[in-house]
Structure formats: C-alpha cells, structure tokens
Design a protein around this ligand. Structure first.
Ligand SMILES: Cc1cc2nc3c(=O)[nH]c(=O)nc-3n(C[C@H](O)[C@H](O)[C@H](O)COP(=O)(O)OP(=O)(O)OC[C@H]3O[C@@H](n4cnc5c(N)ncnc54)[C@H](O)[C@@H]3O)c2cc1C
Ligand code: SF4
Length: 330
C-alpha cells in the first residue's frame, strides 16, 4: 500500500506553497476525478491538499465586466444561477448535460477544466499510453478508437478532452485566472488547453502549485440566444460523441455575429474558427451553415472507428445553428 497524506489548506497562499513545494502533491477539490484516478493507479500523488475551505465559490455577474465564477463554485450552482441561465444559456446547458446530479453537486468548475481524458487506455493504468507514461506509445492509434478525436490529433495521442462546459467557455472567450508561485495571471481559455503534439502529458500551461482561482466570461450579449447540443450513446450520464456550443446574431437575414465550438471531436475543446469566419456576414441559411460546417471538418483526420464523427459533427453544427436562429434555443 502506498502512503497518501491529506491536509486542508486554510488560505490560498498556503495551498499554493504546499503544492508548489512537493512535486508529487495535488490539489483536491470535489475529488470526482482525482480520487477515481488514484484508485485506478493512473495518478500517484503522495499528498492531497484539500482546497474546499478557500473562499473561491462566488458567482458574480455585472453588465460591465461580465461573469466571474469562483474556481470552487459547484457545477450545479453555476448551472442554476439566474444570471447564467438568462445571459449564458450555453454554459448552463453544458453543465446540466454533464455527469449526474450527485456529481454536479460535488464537482467544482476548476476541477472540471482540469479533468483528464476518458480514453480507456489512459484509464486502465497498464496499456501503453503516451499521456500517462510518456514515450510508451499510443494504444488507441490502432486499437479501439471510436470515441477518439478527429481534430487536433498528433502521432502521439488522439484522445478527446471530455469537458462539456469547457466547450461553451471556449466559444465565449473565457479567461482562466490563476495565482501561483510566480504571481497572478489570466490565461485565455483557448491557450489553457494545449494540443497534444509530441507531449500529450502536458495538457495545460499551469506550473506546479498554480491554482485556478476564477473563470471570467466577458459580457457577451450574443450569448443570450445560445445553446449547447450534446449527442451521445445514451441520453444521460454519458460523455459527448459530438457536442456543439452555438450563438448567432442574425440581422436582415445575414449573420452579424456567431460563436461556435465543438466537443467530442477535438483533442481540446474546439473553437470552430473556420466555420465562424465563413458564416460571418453571409446569409443565415441552412445551405450556408452546411458549407461552413464542412469547411470546419475538412482537416479532420479519422482513425479506423471514428470517421462517423465527421458527418455527425457537420450535421450537429447545422442543427445547433438552425435551432438558435429559429428561436428554439432556450
Ligand atoms: C461518472 C462520471 C461522469 C462524468 N460525466 C461528465 C460529463 O458528461 N461532462 C463533463 O464535463 N464532465 C463529466 N464528468 C467529469 C466531472 O465533471 C469532473 O470529474 C469534475 O468536474 C471535476 O471536478 P472536481 O472538483 O471533482 O475535481 P477534482 O477531482 O478535485 O480535481 C480534478 C483535477 O483538477 C485539479 N484541480 C481541482 N481544482 C483546481 C484548481 N482550482 N486549480 C488547479 N487545479 C485544480 C486537481 O488537482 C485534479 O488534478 C464526469 C465524471 C464522472 C466521475
Ligand atoms: S489516445 Fe492519448 S490518452 Fe489514449 S492511449 Fe493514446 S496517448 Fe494515451
């Protein structure tokens, strides 16, 4: 049996100093990912630093600065916040379509962003996996890869990032605020998630001891008419095969503004920038939506079991955009 120590930090500085000083320690928030991975033998910290006593649970909205979500706010509380439901429905929906009520009551927003892939080879603790054991190989490359990514893949890893709310936050240009041994910084969320490249074990730019303290979403009026569409093997308690976060502003039949991001298909929550560029200024028609969706998926690179995700993602983008435009979004 491996020893594992547990301490509860009472201040942010104490949490940062404790994890910063021990390369085998980890922050513990809701524990819904971290404890699972320890049990599975995927991660092996020697010390857990519980951060749940820290005052990082607030959810505030002001029209001038937007939404600020404390890193320890629970998924349920964010999803049910009146400001989030009214002003950022895609965030609320993405949260409510994830995990289960019990998990959402425990799981924190900071922990959600840092959750690890659901690739079964990563999680079995023994198969060759470059993300878990750098240099060991990738069992998914020619193994069972139906659930894996088609965008942003590398020769070393094709795992998807599983966060639903991360997809909505990427669409809305959220910023991840941190405090760490080197001070405070704000990381645009698209830069927070890293492509696997040749170092799939490095998933975000956090340094040792760097703590997420809040997630900020700028004021985004377009988000008031938005949705999160999630397609999966069963209707609840399941990760996305394909998901879409969409917001569109249509004026005189033309797209004045659009936000589009995809889950389930990328190695990170995927901002559909090609589709956004193609749509902006053009007609808000099904044909234009389909052309933009095809453009987004053109660079997709499937493995043997997951080519179905390409047409599925194209259709999901069209459906999500149509639902927003037709007012079925909320
Ligand atoms: C059965 C099951 C189904 C699920 N389904 C979905 C789903 O459909 N969609 C979805 O999006 N998610 C899903 N999840 C994942 C769930 O949302 C995450 O487990 C949860 O959000 C993690 O939050 P936590 O507070 O429990 O994190 P923890 O488990 O406490 O921590 C997770 C990781 O984040 C680090 N961490 C935590 N807080 C911070 C912080 N403030 N700063 C820096 N690092 C931090 C920890 O050190 C750890 O590495 C599912 C989970 C389970 C178990
Ligand atoms: S896809 Fe990534 S996480 Fe899965 S086995 Fe390959 S390297 Fe590991």
């Amino acid at each position: 049996m491996r020893p594992l120590s547990y301490t509860r930090a009472s201040t942010v500085d104490e949490a940062i100093a404790t994890v910063g000083a021990d390369s085998a320690s980890a922050f513990l928030a809701g524990g819904t990912t971290e404890i699972d991975l320890i049990r599975l033998g995927v991660t092996r910290p020697d010390a857990l630093v519980d951060i749940n006593s820290l005052a990082l649970k607030e959810i505030d909205f002001t029209p001038g600065t937007g939404l600020r979500i404390g890193a320890l706010a629970r998924m349920t509380d964010v999803a049910r916040s009146a400001d989030v439901v009214r002003r950022f429905p895609m965030i609320s929906q993405a949260l409510l379509l994830g995990a289960s009520e019990q998990l959402r009551n425990m799981a924190s927003m900071g922990g959600n962003l840092c959750q690890r892939t659901r690739c079964s080879y990563f999680r079995d603790g023994v198969s060759p996996c470059n993300k878990r054991e750098p240099g060991s190989g990738c069992s998914a490359m020619d193994g069972l890869n139906r659930l894996h990514a088609v965008l942003g893949t590398s020769d070393d890893c094709v795992a998807t990032h599983p966060s639903d709310v991360g997809v909505a936050l990427v669409a809305l240009d959220a910023v991840v605020h941190t405090l760490g041994p080197s001070g405070a910084r704000g990381i645009p969320i698209d830069d927070f998630y890293l492509l696997p490249g040749s170092t799939p074990e490095v998933e975000h730019p956090l340094e040792r001891g760097e703590l997420i303290v809040a997630i900020e979403v700028p004021p985004t009026p377009i988000a008031e008419r938005s949705l999160y569409l999630k397609l999966r093997d069963r209707q609840s308690y399941e990760f996305a095969l394909v998901s879409v976060a969409a917001a569109v502003d249509v004026r005189d039949g033309r797209v004045a503004g659009v936000r589009l991001a995809l889950g389930g298909v990328g190695t990170k929550p995927w901002r559909a920038r090609r589709a956004e560029a193609a749509l902006t200024g053009g007609p808000a028609t099904t044909e234009a939506f389909a052309e933009a969706a095809a453009l987004e998926m053109a660079p997709a690179s499937p493995r043997k079991d997951n080519a179905f995700k390409i047409p599925m993602a194209r259709r999901a983008m069209v459906r999500a955009l149509e639902q927003v435009v037709n007012g079925d979004a909320r």
